[in-house]
Design a protein around this ligand. Structure first.
Ligand code: GLN
Length: 414
């Protein structure tokens, strides 16, 4: 069993949560904002709970009709294949889930049998690994190769060797998980990369779970391509998205899965046995957010604000002289911490022992410099953890004053 009390390794988020760190630590660890969701969305949230009794009770398992409609309206125009067909997503092609995390989990429960393999591109969001294991499935890693040489690096410099990807398939391969914009590197997979991946997935007849939760955070004009829109892919892809990242409400746990009716039906069946339904009032508020975001120019303004935050954080590491990957998307900065040395005998708690050197560094950084980050070996399978050990991840879904204050502290590393 993966989670028996004796061997349970605490998840990285719980180790580097502010609750476990000195109270004055500035938190650039787990990816959540230090501001509230937009006021106009919260007003609707309060209004709906106060005026609509039913909004305080169970939702339809698939999701509240108003939210399903809003998702259909918003997302139909973002899938090239649907635009070409001149149609909108039907209700059978959407499932509202308790966050993207539970959407991914439900999709795996629905589609993975014990012994089946799921190809995961490494580094990967750590929850995939645990979720695959829960089904008795086997994660099979294919690396993104880290940037080499000097000079500015962007997410595009993390590269997938398509022959390595092809070689990872066996007769047991059932699914592939793709994540773009990518956590933790900030890579946005190019159309060409996704076409190469898609071609093999079609040939091998596998299911694709495409985690696109950061799809509204794309910098420098980078284009987001949905793998589901590529030839032969709609019928085999579940696209996973989230309100948390798009509307600064990560704790609301409202996400959704989009795909063909048969794949959605199985995911819905699993999801309704896991949590039954997603919380009702916040689904209503998210529906309102999607319905009215253009009136507020919300996504455009939000993107401009994130670009500024990214550049502040990049500027800090430029000044310190530590190299990083400039993100094309999402809100994380991967910094190469290998030049930073900490005292050899630095004491870390049991939760950080027996894990990568990056856990020790992240612990030291939180205790001594008072800035929280996330160690990246957690995003690698044990046998490749040494690659991840070089990096710490810093979230920039934090406002400029917090980023600047963290910057002042981090400058001590110079
Ligand atoms: N996706 C977020 C991050 O990478 C939150 C992690 C989580 O849900 N456990 O920081």
């Amino acid at each position: 069993r993966m989670f028996d009390g004796a061997t349970h390794k605490l998840d990285v988020w719980s180790i580097f949560t502010p609750n476990n760190l000195p109270p004055d630590t500035l938190n650039l660890g787990q990816g959540f904002m230090n501001w509230a969701p937009p006021e106009w969305v919260r007003e609707e949230q309060h209004r709906i709970m106060d005026t609509d009794v039913m909004s305080n009770h169970y939702s339809q398992t698939r999701g509240r009709p108003r939210l399903l409609k809003a998702i259909s309206k918003q997302y139909s125009k973002t899938f090239g294949n649907l635009v070409k067909e001149g149609r909108e997503l039907t209700m059978e092609e959407i499932v509202v889930t308790a966050g993207a995390n539970c959407g991914t989990f439900a999709a795996l429960v629905a589609h993975i049998q014990p012994g089946e393999e799921v190809i995961v591109i490494e580094p990967y969001f750590d929850q995939y690994f645990a979720s695959i294991h829960f089904q008795g499935g086997k994660p099979v890693m294919v690396p993104l190769h880290p940037p080499t040489g000097s000079g500015e690096k962007t997410g595009a410099d993390w590269t997938l060797d398509i022959e390595e990807f092809r070689a990872a398939f066996t007769s047991k391969t059932k699914a592939v998980i793709v994540n773009t914009p990518h956590n933790p590197t900030g890579k946005v997979f190019s159309r060409q990369e996704l076409e190469e991946i898609a071609k093999i997935c079609v040939e091998k007849k596998v299911l694709v779970l495409s985690d696109e939760v950061y799809d509204c955070l794309l910098y420098d004009g980078t284009k987001h391509v949905r793998i589901a829109e590529l030839p032969g892919m709609w019928e085999r892809t579940l696209t996973i998205a989230s309100a948390g990242k798009s509307f600064a409400c990560t704790g609301w746990r409202v996400g959704w899965v989009i795909g063909p009716p048969a794949l959605c039906a199985a995911t819905l069946a699993a999801h309704s046995r896991i949590v039954f339904c997603t919380n009702t009032p916040l689904q209503e508020a998210v529906a309102y957010a999607l319905e009215t975001e253009t009136e507020h120019n919300f996504f455009a303004d939000q993107l401009a604000a994130y670009t500024e935050r990214r550049d502040i954080l990049c500027g800090i590491f430029d000044e310190i002289g530590l190299s990083y990957t400039k993100p094309q998307g999402a809100y994380y900065l991967m910094v190469d911490f290998s030049p930073v040395k900490i005292p050899k005998d630095y004491a870390v708690p049991p939760t950080c022992q027996g894990r990568g050197e990056d856990f020790k560094k992240a612990w030291w950084l939180a205790q001594e410099i008072k800035v929280a980050s996330i160690p990246i070996s957690e995003f690698y399978a044990a046998e490749h953890a040494n690659i991840g050990e070089r990096f710490l991840r810093f979230s920039f879904c934090k406002d400029p004053p917090l980023l600047r204050a963290a910057g002042e502290r981090l400058l001590k590393l110079k």
